[in-house]
Design a protein around this ligand. Structure first.
Ligand SMILES: C[S@@+](CC[C@H](N)C(=O)[O-])C[C@H]1O[C@@H](n2cnc3c(N)ncnc32)[C@H](O)[C@@H]1O
Length: 505
C-alpha cells in the first residue's frame, strides 16, 4: 500500500495523462481536417477554436507532468539555470543561425560551415547547438551537423520574429539582472514611476525606456556583442522614420541603438505572432460600413493594415509619435497600396496623453499600449479618449490578461464550443475565468508562461503590468469607462471591450 502522498500523486498523474491523451486526440482530429497545403501551427495561421483549446490543456498538462515526475532538486536547478538556454537562443537569433541552417534543408549544415559563417569556434558552437537541440530548438542530424526543426524554422526569413527573440538578449536581459536590487531599493522598490525601473538602473539612464530607445548615441556606445542589428531596409525604414534615417546619414558620429531597429521590427511582427486572431475573434463586421477605427499608439499601424486587408469597408486613423508616423507611409504603400491615397487610412502624429482629436470614432484601438504604463498613466491615456467618444464608440484594448494559478471555483472542463476556455466565463462575468480542469493549474499553468513573462518584463522596463480583469476594471473605471467584455481570442492576448460609463451597449 503506497504512502497516502504517493497515492495522491499516482492519482493526479493518471488524471493528467488522461487529459493529455484526450486532448492530443482532439488536436490530431483538428490537424486531420486541414487541407493538404496547410501545416499546423505555422506562420500566421490561427488554429481552430478546438485545436487552440486542446493546445492549452496539453501545455498545462506538460507542466503538471513535469511537477509530478521530476526529481525536485534537478527541476529547481534546471529552472535556475535556464538563463543559459535563453542566452544560447539569443545568440542563435542574433547570428541568424536558423537562416543559415535553412540553406542546408533537411540534411542540415555542418558545424564547420556554421562556425565559419558566424565566427564562433566550432567545438564551442557544437555545445551551444547541442544544448538548444536537446531543448527541442534546432535538430541535430549527424555527429557534426544541425538543421532546423519546426520551432527554429519560425525564425527563417522572418525578420520580425527573429528580432523579437534577439531583442531579449540586449538591454532586456541586462535589465532583468538588475530586478532584485531595484525591488529592494528603498526608493525605486516601492515606486511606480516609469523612470525608476530595473531598466534605468541597468543602463544608467534617467530616461524612460521609449525616450532612451529612440535617442541617438555615439557609435562607440551602440555596440553589442553581435554583428550590426537588423539591416533589412524595410524595418530600418519602419523603425526610424525617413527623417531620422536621413539625419543619421548626415550625422555620422551619432547612430541609433541596436535595440531600436530590433524593437520596431519586433513590434511590427508581434501582431503576426499573437495578433492575427484579433482580426477574426472580434465581430469587426458588425461595426457597419465606413466605421472608423483609430489605432492609438499604433506604431506604423501593423494591426490596422491586417484589418484593412480583411474588412474593406473599415476606415483607419493611425496615431503615434511623430518619428514613428514619419516612417509609416512607406510601410502602408508596400502592404496596403492605395489605402492612404484613397483616404481609407490616415496617419496622424498624436501624443496619447493629450485629448484625442478624433471625435465619435466607432473604435479606439490600443494594442500593447496600456501594458507599457503604470496604472495612473494608463488611466490618463484612456482619459484622453473619453471626452472624444460618442454613445456608440468603444475602446478596445488588446493585452495579455493574467490570472492566478489558484481558483476556489469548481473546475470545469475546457469548452469544445467556439470559445477560448480561458476567457469563456469572462464573456458573462469578466472577473471569473473558467479554471482549467483539475488537477491542472487553474490558469493553465505552462500555457500562461508567456503572459507572466511579459508581465515581469513590463515591471522590469516600465514599472508597468499585464493586468488581471479586476486591475483592468480599476484603470478603465478611473477614466470614466466601463469594462463590457473580455473577448475570447485564440491568442495569449485578449481583447477587452470598454464603453462610456452610463451608456448601455
Ligand atoms: C509597444 S508599442 C505598440 C505599437 C502598436 N500598438 C503595436 O501593437 O504594434 C507602443 C507604442 O506606443 C507609442 N507611444 C509611446 N509614447 C507615446 C505617446 N506619448 N503618444 C503616442 N504614442 C506613444 C510608441 O511609439 C509605440 O509605437
Amino acid at each position: 500500500m503506497p504512502h497516502p502522498e504517493t497515492s495522491a500523486r499516482i492519482s493526479n498523474l493518471r488524471k493528467v495523462v488522461e487529459l493529455l491523451a484526450t486532448n492530443s486526440e482532439k488536436l490530431i482530429a483538428e490537424w486531420e481536417k486541414l487541407p493538404d497545403d496547410r501545416y499546423p501551427h505555422y506562420g500566421t495561421d490561427i488554429p481552430s477554436h478546438e485545436a487552440y483549446n486542446a493546445g492549452l490543456v496539453i501545455k498545462a498538462a506538460m507542466g503538471s507532468i513535469e511537477e509530478l515526475t521530476s526529481k525536485p532538486t534537478i527541476r529547481l536547478l534546471e529552472v535556475a539555470w535556464s538563463h543559459i538556454n535563453a542566452r544560447c537562443l539569443h545568440m542563435a537569433a542574433e547570428l541568424h543561425v536558423a537562416d543559415i541552417l535553412a540553406e542546408g534543408g533537411d540534411e542540415g549544415v555542418s558545424i564547420d560551415t556554421l562556425s565559419e559563417k558566424i565566427g564562433i569556434e566550432k567545438h564551442k558552437l557544437t555545445r551551444i547547438m547541442r544544448a538548444l537541440a536537446s531543448d527541442h530548438i534546432f535538430r541535430q542530424v549527424g555527429p557534426d551537423s544541425f538543421a532546423n526543426n519546426i520551432i527554429s524554422q519560425a525564425m527563417v526569413d522572418d525578420e520580425p520574429v527573429r528580432s523579437w527573440v534577439a531583442l531579449q538578449g540586449l538591454s532586456n536581459f541586462s535589465a532583468v539582472d538588475h530586478l532584485p536590487a531595484t525591488l529592494l531599493d528603498p526608493v525605486a522598490g516601492p515606486s511606480y514611476e516609469v523612470t525608476a525601473t530595473a531598466f534605468n538602473r541597468a543602463v544608467g539612464t534617467e530616461l524612460s525606456f521609449f525616450d532612451w530607445l529612440t535617442g541617438k548615441v555615439p557609435a562607440s556606445e551602440a555596440t553589442s556583442y553581435y554583428r550590426p542589428a537588423t539591416q533589412h531596409p524595410r524595418y530600418v525604414a519602419h523603425a526610424n522614420g525617413a527623417a531620422k534615417a536621413n539625419q543619421a546619414e548626415k550625422d555620422e558620429e551619432l547612430v541609433f541603438r541596436p535595440e531600436e531597429a530590433l524593437f520596431n521590427a519586433a513590434m511590427f511582427g508581434s501582431g503576426r505572432v499573437t495578433g492575427t486572431s484579433h482580426v477574426y475573434d472580434y465581430p469587426w463586421g458588425d461595426l457597419g460600413r465606413n466605421a472608423t477605427v483609430v489605432d492609438v499608439g499604433g506604431g506604423v499601424g501593423g494591426f490596422a493594415m491586417q484589418l484593412c486587408a480583411a474588412y474593406p469597408s473599415l476606415r483607419f486613423i493611425v496615431q503615434d509619435q511623430p518619428a514613428m508616423i514619419a516612417g509609416a507611409p512607406g510601410v502602408w504603400q508596400e502592404t496596403q497600396p492605395g489605402a492612404l491615397a484613397s483616404g481609407r487610412a490616415t496617419l496622424m502624429a498624436h501624443d496619447f496623453f493629450a485629448p484625442n482629436p478624433v471625435k465619435g470614432a466607432d473604435v479606439y484601438w490600443f494594442r500593447h499600449v496600456l501594458h507599457n504604463w503604470p496604472d495612473k498613466d494608463a488611466t490618463r491615456i484612456l482619459s484622453g479618449i473619453t471626452p472624444s467618444m460618442g454613445p456608440s464608440s468603444r475602446v478596445l484594448l488588446a493585452e495579455h490578461v493574467t490570472f492566478p494559478p489558484f481558483s476556489s471555483s469548481p473546475p470545469s472542463p475546457p469548452s469544445t464550443t467556439t470559445t477560448n476556455p480561458k476567457a469563456a466565463a469572462a464573456t458573462t462575468a469578466p472577473h471569473s475565468p473558467a479554471p482549467a480542469p483539475s488537477p491542472l493549474l487553474a490558469n493553465y499553468g505552462r500555457a500562461s508562461t508567456f503572459s507572466n513573462q511579459d508581465d515581469l518584463l513590463m515591471l522590469t522596463l516600465f514599472n508597468s503590468i499585464e493586468r488581471t480583469p479586476a486591475e483592468y476594471q480599476s484603470v478603465i473605471e478611473g477614466a470614466g469607462l466601463r469594462l463590457v467584455k473580455i473577448w475570447p481570442c485564440r491568442s495569449p492576448v485578449s481583447i477587452i471591450e470598454c464603453r462610456l460609463a452610463g451608456v448601455s451597449d
